[in-house]
Structure formats: structure tokens, C-alpha cells
Design a protein around this ligand. Sequence first.
Ligand code: ADP
Length: 333
Amino acid sequence: GVVTAQPTPEDRTPDIVSLRPERFEDYVGQNATVETLKIAIQAAKLRNEPLDHILLHGPPGLGKTTICHIIANEMGKDLTITSGPTLEKGGDLMGILTHLADGEFLFIDEIHRIPKVVEEFLYPAMEDFAVDFVFDKGIHARSHRYRLRRFVLVGATTRVGLLSSPLRDRFGLFRTLDFYTPEELVVIIHRSARLLETQITKDGAMSLAKRSRGTPRIANRLLKRVRDFAQVRSDGRVTRETVQAALALEGIDHLGLTRLDRSYLETIIDFYHGGPVGIEAIAATLQEETDTLVDVVEPFLLKIGLVLRTSSGRKASNPAYQHLNKVPEETSR
Ligand code: ADP
């Protein structure tokens, strides 16, 4: 079972079909990571020991939470889910840790956002399965060590660089998830369509996959939009034509870029002559959170080579100009 300390958007609507795979057989792609985890799981089972703590890194929607669910399932243990920003005080974490039984899982999403005071609680918890309470203050201060059961921490982060090294070093397993290929997304889309009882053609699935920014969560979300469109505007079958028409309405172009992606590129090109320009300046011009740009917008644009990161800032690449039908300035190249 899953205890949700903080509901994820998908968990808030339990009446809809869950598209989240529950076993490795249904988890598409990320082969090296899956292989590493399967070996660790089997070894832990053979030795009858809990798993090492696991750190998963990568952009949102690539399957970090899903992997954690699957691992807990495979080990036959409960999973408690929380996130960095909701753990405000040491006590918040203490309350969760003291309730975990042997081998149970704690998933902390956005672990790079836990406050420093909470992080310090986590060190002895991860390493020695103990936490230190401090009573009173000053010369009367006494501390008491409280033993915890051998839980397994799974941390997820979009920004591993923001993790302190003492925290990072306490994870025995560390993996970065990659964007998915269109072929992998096609498999995910067909499975989701089956669960949603929607018919989709091969072409339809491929054209949706190519517009999903390499991200399963986006593929599933767009599939639902396209399915609505197909039901209302045609015979309910999702084809290449319905995908294209429905996604044009959503402002998604043939590379899968959203309006925000294009505004980001246009800002660099029109406002900063193609760059290099610092991320803070782009964020200020766009009136957007820097974190959103760094976590959500940039990883995919970097991956497909539309933006380049240099020591002096972000630059738009030639393909970015082509994609937006713009002509590079002669002087700057
Ligand atoms: P993250 O925790 O990295 O933000 P999630 O694990 O919440 O991402 O994944 C988002 C959704 O995408 C899941 O609910 C699931 O439906 C789907 N998904 C993610 N990874 C996979 C995968 N490898 N195979 C199939 N579906 C996936």
C-alpha cells in the first residue's frame, strides 16, 4: 500500500484510470537504470536485507515516482510519499521516520528543496538509522538518540547540483533518467490508450510521441486531450490528423514545443540578439520563475540542441532560428 503524506496531482482523482505502471514489465525504457535496480533488488532479497538508499535525478515526468512505486511493490513493502518543500521542520520528518517499519520506503520528491535543518536530521537517519532529539537549550541541553527501523529512502530531484555533497554521498545508488525516444513513447501511448479504452492508429501514436518532449507524463496528458478532440470532432479514433489538429489547438508545434518553450527562444533571439544571456535575465524578461525555465523548459531544448549553454550564458542555436523562421544576425556569428 501507499501512504501519501502529500497528494500528487494524479492521486487526487482516484476515480480515473491510473496510467502508472506497477511492475517493471510495464515500465518502458530506462534500461540501464532498470537493470541496476533489478540486480539490487534481487541481491537485497537474497541477503534478506533492505535496499540501499536510492537517488533518482531527471526532469519532471520521466518516471522517478513510478520507479519508486515499482521497487516498493517488488520488495513487498509499504511506501510513504512526501516532498522536500512540505518538510518544514525537523519534527515533520521525525514524525514520518518514526512510523516506518523495517524495509519500508520513504519517497522524498524535490529532495533538493528540503530546508537545511531538516537535512541535518536526515544524515544520521540515513546512515545509522537513528535520530538525535535535543531537549532544552544552552547548558541544560541534553540529547537523546532515538533508533529507527531500517527504512529505504528514495530521493528524487530535478537538480542534483543543488544537493549538498553530504546528502548526495549517503545514497548508495544514484541514477539519472533520460528523455524517452519516440519509439519508447509509442509503446507507452498504446498501453495508455488501451487502459483508456481509446482506439489509436500507429501513425497517430507516432505523431503524438514526437510531440511529447520525450516525456511520458506529457504523452499521457496529450493523449487525453487528443482523445477528447477525436470524440467530439470525429469518430473517436485517434489518427495522425486528429493529433495534429488537437495539438495545434494546444499551441504545441511539430517538435512538441509549447508556447513557453517558443517564448523562451524568442526572448533570447529577439531581446538578447541570440545570446549569450544569463538565465536570470531571460526569466525577468519573460516574467517567469527561473526554476521553471531551468527544470522544465531548458532540459529538452538542450537535449534537441535548440539552446546551447556556454560559460557566459544561454545561446540560441542555428536550428532554433530555423525552427522559428528567423534569420540569424550576421554580426553575431
Ligand atoms: P516523475 O516522478 O519523474 O516526475 P512520474 O513517475 O510521476 O514522473 O511519471 C509520470 C507519469 O508518466 C506516470 O504516472 C506514468 O503514467 C508515466 N510514466 C513514467 N515513466 C514511465 C515508463 N517508463 N513507462 C510507462 N509509463 C511511464
